[in-house]
Design a protein around this ligand. Structure first.
Ligand code: GLA
Length: 440
């Protein structure tokens, strides 16, 4: 049975302190928090401080290194892997691209169309990477042009090792050559995986590709996909959030997601397992560098609509990239309604760029919150239990004085619920959420 990691009351208290002071300072200054530190012989204490949260990152090996300036809000788009796996071809990508436009996803902010693994077939005599001529007969450049012509951006995938996870050629030893190829094709995004890397050091490997991308002169968002795991079988033990801030724009916090609520299948994890591994990293996220709890499974059929609503709400609360992973060309009305919830997308894309976290943990009943640029709070009442339950968000846990009257807007019902003082309560479905936005 899956057991979740428990938060502490102190975390709620620190969020309260953060909120009290940010009420005075926002929207003019960003709020940042240091990560948890183990205090001797006691519970974890969560400290709060102001200003850029640089101190939590390990100093770069190259002190003159700068961030690439991209992805100031979490990237949004679509990726082929969760639905299509290796069975991806240019027709499927074109169909999804067309549907991104006709469904309104593009206009709601979904920007990148990303081909994941298995588009490659080999290298030519000069070492240039070659696309599979059967699956991509028109070539990658033509596909990128098709995507760009529809007002979207194009993303591609490779790996820091000798082979990709799907055993196609990796970029090891070809970093600058591949980066140039992607730039010539018009790539705007690279997801860079971590299979077949042997004894390679991940910071070195990702920095090399980041430099190669930078050298092309093209703006290319860099997605670090080394899973953030400390696998006993891997020689490299580094955690990408420690060094990733100026190397890439997002880093996977865990191994792969699969389309289930909770559990483990091989190295893949369910939604709540991934959520609980990513949540403690919230202080590492910020404009240009995001924790990546892997892609959305919404619409892939393995979970209920309530569970999919939970994934969408909580991903937005922790400022995760929103990369749809379904067949956008064949989605039903419910899936569309979830992915196109603009009020929740606005939370995800909030320009303050502070990731939310769990502020109250009453067993299976939780409260999560995220401070927003205009001083509002996005709040999620989250019910992990297998029956409906009443959940209360206390202002004090959210950083508001208990006596304050706040307006409450339900982000799934799309309606205002009037004003509340001290707390807000709602009945929450099993494995579901109620998500609200609180404003002065
Ligand atoms: C790894 C990544 C996945 C996907 C596959 C492709 O497992 O973590 O997201 O890219 O490889 O083979």
């Amino acid at each position: 049975m899956y057991a979740k990691r428990r938060g502490t009351y102190l975390r709620g208290m620190s969020f309260a302190l953060l909120g009290w002071i940010s009420l005075l300072l926002l929207p003019h200054s960003a709020v940042a928090q240091t990560p948890p530190g183990d205090e001797p012989g006691s519970q974890k204490i969560y400290r709060t401080e102001f200003g850029p949260n640089k101190s939590i990152f390990r100093p770069s090996r190259d002190p003159s290194r700068t961030a690439n300036g991209l992805a100031l809000t979490p990237p949004m788009g679509w990726n082929s892997w969760n639905k299509f796996g290796c069975k991806i071809d240019e027709q499927a990508v074109r169909n999804v691209t067309d549907a991104m436009v006709s469904s309104g996803m593009r206009d709601a902010g979904y920007e990148y169309v990303i081909i994941d693994d298995c588009w490659q077939s080999g290298r030519d005599a000069d070492g240039n990477i070659v696309a599979d001529p059967v699956k991509f007969p028109s070539g990658i450049k033509a596909l990128a042009d098709y995507i760009h012509a529809r007002g979207l951006k194009f993303g591609i995938y490779s790996d820091a090792g000798t082979k990709t996870c799907g055993r196609r050629p990796g970029s090891l030893g070809h970093e600058y050559q591949d980066a140039l190829t992607y730039a010539r094709w018009g790539a705007d995004y690279l997801k860079y995986d971590w299979c077949f890397t042997g004894t390679r050091d991940s910071e070195e490997a990702y920095t090399t590709m980041a430099d190669a991308l930078r050298a092309t002169g093209r703006d290319i968002v860099f997605s670090i996909c080394n899973w953030g795991v400390n696998r006993p079988t891997m020689t490299d033990k580094s955690m990408p959030w420690e060094w990733g801030e100026k190397v890439g724009n997002l880093w996977r916090a865990t191994e792969d997601i699969y389309d289930t609520w909770a559990g483990r299948k091989g190295t893949s994890l369910g939604v709540v397992n991934i959520l609980d591994l990513t949540e403690p990293l919230y202080a590492y996220a910020g404009p240009g560098h995001w924790n990546d709890p892997d892609m959305l499974e919404i619409g892939n059929g393995g979970m209920t609509d309530d569970e999919y609503r939970s994934q969408f709400s909580l991903w937005a609360t922790i400022a995760a990239p929103l990369l749809a992973g379904n067949d956008v060309a064949a989605m039903d009305a419910k899936t569309k309604e979830i992915l196109l919830n603009r009020e929740i997308i606005a939370v995800d894309q909030d320009r303050l760029g502070v990731a939310g976290h769990r502020v109250r943990d009453n067993g299976d009943l939780e409260v999560w919150a995220r401070p927003l640029a205009n001083g509002d709070r996005a709040v999620v009442l989250f019910n992990r239990s297998d029956k409906p339950a009443d959940i209360t968000a206390d202002w004090i846990d959210l950083g508001y004085p208990a006596a304050l009257s706040l307006s409450v807007r339900d982000l799934w019902a799309h309606k205002s619920l009037g004003r509340a003082t001290g707390h807000f309560s709602a009945k929450v479905p099993s494995h579901g959420v109620v998500m609200v936005r609180l404003a002065l």
